[in-house]
Write a protein that binds this ligand. Structure first.
Ligand code: BG6
Length: 485
């Protein structure tokens, strides 16, 4: 791949924790043939200091590595004021020089790894100050959050689209870089035993859980204006819903896959007004114990309002009103300071028409397909079989497949894949504007209601699976959450 990568926010956390190690991994696999990186940030740094910080971040993420000096020799630094045209003019001059020296064919990736208020202004400057006048390709990689609601997302989109076309915009949702999230489509569309059953005739409900044990850490300021709804549901959770619910694409092209996902978003049942609190539950963590450690309540975290009304947990029931899914609830829950760090999807199949067999003293368990996204990666199919030696008793047997050798949780692999996709020009695993717009429209209705009313927080203890209403959400429909631990 031949490209000049410009990282805005190169001294920040994301660059250090994910981007530099990911680039190193691509480099060590010989996937970067001609490349250079210009790190851009406000603070003054020399190239040597910057290269040292890149080295440190690779070492701390990946341990001792070969050819590190050669790798970091491709990195340059430019101190920059995002609001000042002169800064962009000198950045352009520098970028043109590097482009010529490394024969990068005018290919440019602009990676915005910084606070969202700068996304729009940077995009506008990139165009007006000539950085996007290139002979090769130009691509914009943009981190979340993409706006705060539909109106602000539209505004941001308008600004970036003055400089980049939709095909040139790569909106990151790092869940789409996860191996098992990418596997959802393959499991569905490459197996004759699943596809015919993948609908409301055979599936009773789908449960998606993404739980974290960490609290809000140092991100209180951002999180206060976001909450779990915007931080996790609007993007990662909705993307998993779309992949589980979409129709088979006619071809595996970016456009076909994205348009099938968009059709799912179009079929989402809007939850509005009074229905919000019937379909969604919000929570905020109180004190508690996680892995034997006493942890404070959310309201005592740094940069958090003592009276905060921000939710750190959200659970909900999402309905997709189309032929395939009418009547099948997609239950989702996600939150911080929960029992365990785990992302799992459980597909619960309907009961068989008549129960001939019993499990000791209870009815047969339904068939489940569990997709383990993280930390384990794999799938488990729960079936019923005869209990050895028993008379007519059945027992659940589990067929499991584990993706061994890959433990992708919080490692750079997801970013590595996404960066490589962007260099190859493959936008399939990035979110299209229409997906963003539909999911904001859905989420806005919920936040409108929640922002108007104060909840009596905290309402779940740290180290638990959220407020009790989360269980009631399923009990009302005759279901329960399948354990994820
Ligand atoms: C991010 C959120 O997008 O995803 C964080 O902003 C959250 O709040 C993180 O912790 C979870 O990602 P992962 O990959 O650890 O499940």
């Amino acid at each position: 791949m031949t490209s000049l990568i410009m990282i805005f926010g190169a001294t920040g956390d994301l660059a250090k924790r994910k981007l530099f190690p990911s680039l190193y991994r691509l480099f060590s696999k010989n996937k970067l043939d001609k490349f250079a990186v210009i790190g851009v940030a406000r603070r003054p740094l020399s190239n040597d200091e910057f290269q040292q910080s890149v080295k440190d971040s690779v070492l701390s993420a990946l341990g001792n590595k070969d050819n590190l000096d050669e790798f970091v020799s491709h990195f340059y630094y430019q101190s920059h004021d995002v609001a000042d045209s002169n800064s962009y003019v000198s950045l352009k001059k520098f970028a043109d020089e590097i482009d010529t020296n490394y024969k990068l064919e005018g290919n440019r990736i602009f990676y915005l790894a910084m606070a969202p208020e700068f996304f729009g202004p940077i995009a506008l400057h990139l165009k007006s100050d000539g950085l996007t006048d290139v002979t090769g390709y130009k691509r914009l990689v943009i981190e979340k959050p993409f706006g705060h609601d539909l109106a602000s997302a539209k505004e941001l989109n308008k600004q970036i689209r003055t400089a980049f076309s939709e095909e040139e915009v790569y909106r990151i949702d790092h869940y789409l870089g996860k191996e098992m999230v990418r596997n959802i489509e393959v499991i569905r569309f490459a197996n004759a035993i699943f596809e015919p059953l993948w609908n409301n005739r055979y599936i009773s409900n789908i449960q998606i859980t993404s739980s974290e044990t960490l609290g809000v850490e140092e991100r209180g300021r951002y999180y206060e204006s976001s909450g779990a709804l915007r931080d996790m549901l609007q993007n990662h959770m909705m993307q998993m819903v779309a992949l589980l619910a979409m129709e088979p694409p006619i071809k595996l092209t970016t456009d076909e896959i994205r348009s099938e996902k968009v059709r799912v978003f179009r079929a989402l049942r809007t939850v509005d007004g009074e229905e919000v609190n019937q379909f969604f539950v919000r929570g905020q963590y109180g004190e508690g114990t996680i892995e034997d450690e006493q942890v404070p309540k959310y309201r005592d975290e740094p940069m958090v309002d003592k009276e905060s009304n921000t939710e750190t947990f959200v659970a909900g029931k999402i309905m997709i009103d189309n032929f395939r899914w009418a009547g099948v609830p997609f239950y989702i829950r996600t939150g911080k300071r929960m029992t365990t760090k785990s992302t799992k999807i459980v597909i619960q199949f309907k009961d068989i028409p008549m129960n001939l067999y019993y499990q000791t003293e209870k009815m047969l368990n339904p068939n489940l397909l569990v997709i383990h996204i993280q930390p384990e990666e794999g799938i488990t199919l729960h079936l019923n079989a005869k209990k050895a030696g028993g008379h007519l008793d059945a027992q659940t047997v589990k067929l499991s497949f584990a993706n061994t050798g890959i433990h992708a949780m919080n490692t750079p692999e997801g970013y590595e894949k996404l960066l490589f996709d962007c260099m190859r020009g493959d936008a399939t695993n990035f979110t299209h504007w229409d997906e963003v717009a539909y999911s904001w429209a859905f989420v806005d209705k919920i936040s409108e209601v929640w922002e108007k009313t104060k909840e009596s927080f905290p309402n779940y203890q740290s180290g638990t699976m959220g407020p009790k209403e989360t269980d009631e959400l399923l009990e009302k429909d005759g279901y329960f959450w399948w354990p994820v631990t």
